[in-house]
Design a protein around this ligand. Structure first.
Ligand code: 13P
Ligand code: SF4
Length: 302
């Protein structure tokens, strides 16, 4: 293990590479990363990075977004089969149908989506900026794709707009229901419940805090409470426990694991850096049309 880590460190220098890791990848991968964060933070870093090579430890929509934002860089994914099933849970023809029905509609696309869906959208959002961006849009009608749960959460925070929802969902967050929150609260009375907005509304309604992965980590780190029930993928425990040695964290539901994020291993990171495998390619015409929604997100989230 130590040998793999030191080879990765030397390759970083040799190849002028930067390693980005999402909070859901295994802890040992987060340990060797230069930047760890939520989807929004990592997309900003990918755009601004000065290195020639970006090794993106996450799932395919993250690598694809990095390549769209930084087309001149070599973007490598340690495992190109690591995907997010929700990224495909919307249809371009349905988007066009909604556009023809409402003349004042903004198609708001969660970054957990394919480039093809981004191409048909007006603006991208992540869980950390969706409320802010939707509020800033001049449009009255919002078609939120692909995640129905995040869409409903945003609608609950932006009362003066009309929302059209899509039925996409995250199969990991959808495992938890309100009975799981009740059981976790009974097992840990006094613990605060922190959940990701990809959870069902019945879970969000029981929570003390709702936010992105970095929002959850930030909230727990600043809170004076000592115990927390965590309603998101357990990869966040790496940072939570490292930064809060005096606090206790319990998963809302053991087994709420994202199998795709866990495909990223140190061995695969090393391999792609050694042989250049897993390079992300985005065709120029797709890039040119998908970048508009991503760039508008970066602009409106500022
Ligand atoms: P964050 O943007 O909160 O990190 O979420 C990404 C994700 O895939 C959640 O399932
Ligand atoms: Fe996709 Fe859910 Fe995994 Fe996030 S946790 S990458 S939304 S499957």
């Amino acid at each position: 293990m130590e040998n793999i880590k030191s080879r990765i460190e030397s390759l970083k220098k040799e190849k002028n590479a930067v390693i980005l890791a999402h909070y859901y990848v295994p802890g040992e991968v987060q340990e060797i990363a230069d930047y760890i964060g939520d989807s929004f933070y990592l997309s900003k870093i990918a755009k601004e990075a000065s290195q020639e090579m970006i090794v993106f430890c996450g799932v395919s929509f993250m690598g694809e977004s990095a390549k769209i934002l930084s087309p001149g860089k070599l973007v490598l994914m340690p495992d190109i089969t690591a995907g997010c099933p929700m990224a495909e849970m919307a249809q371009a023809d349905k988007i066009e149908e909604v556009r023809s029905k409402y003349n004042d509609v903004a198609v708001v696309c969660y970054i957990n989506s394919t480039g093809e869906l981004k191409k048909h959208s007006d603006v991208c959002v992540t869980s950390s900026n969706a409320v802010k961006i939707v509020k800033a849009l001049p449009n009255k009608n919002i078609y939120f794709i692909p995640d129905g749960n995040l869409g409903r959460y945003v609608a609950s925070q932006v009362k003066d707009k009309h929302f059209i929802f899509n039925d996409g969902f995250c199969h990991v967050h959808a495992k938890a229901g309100k009975d799981d929150v009740k059981a976790a609260k009974e097992a840990h009375p006094g613990a605060l419940v922190l959940v990701h907005p990809e959870c069902y509304m019945e879970v969000l309604e029981e929570a003390d805090y709702i936010g992105s992965t970095s929002g959850i980590i930030d909230f727990a780190s600043k809170s004076s409470a000592r115990e927390f029930i965590i309603g998101t993928e357990p990869g966040v425990m790496y940072k939570l426990t490292k930064e809060n040695k005096d606090k206790k964290f319990y998963p809302l539901l053991p087994g709420q694991v994202c199998p795709d994020m866990k495909k990223i291993t140190l061995e695969k990171v090393l391999k792609c850096m050694e042989d250049g495998s897993g390079a992300v390619e985005v065709k120029e015409d797709l890039r040119n049309s998908a970048i508009t929604a991503l760039s508008r997100m970066l602009e409106l989230a500022r």
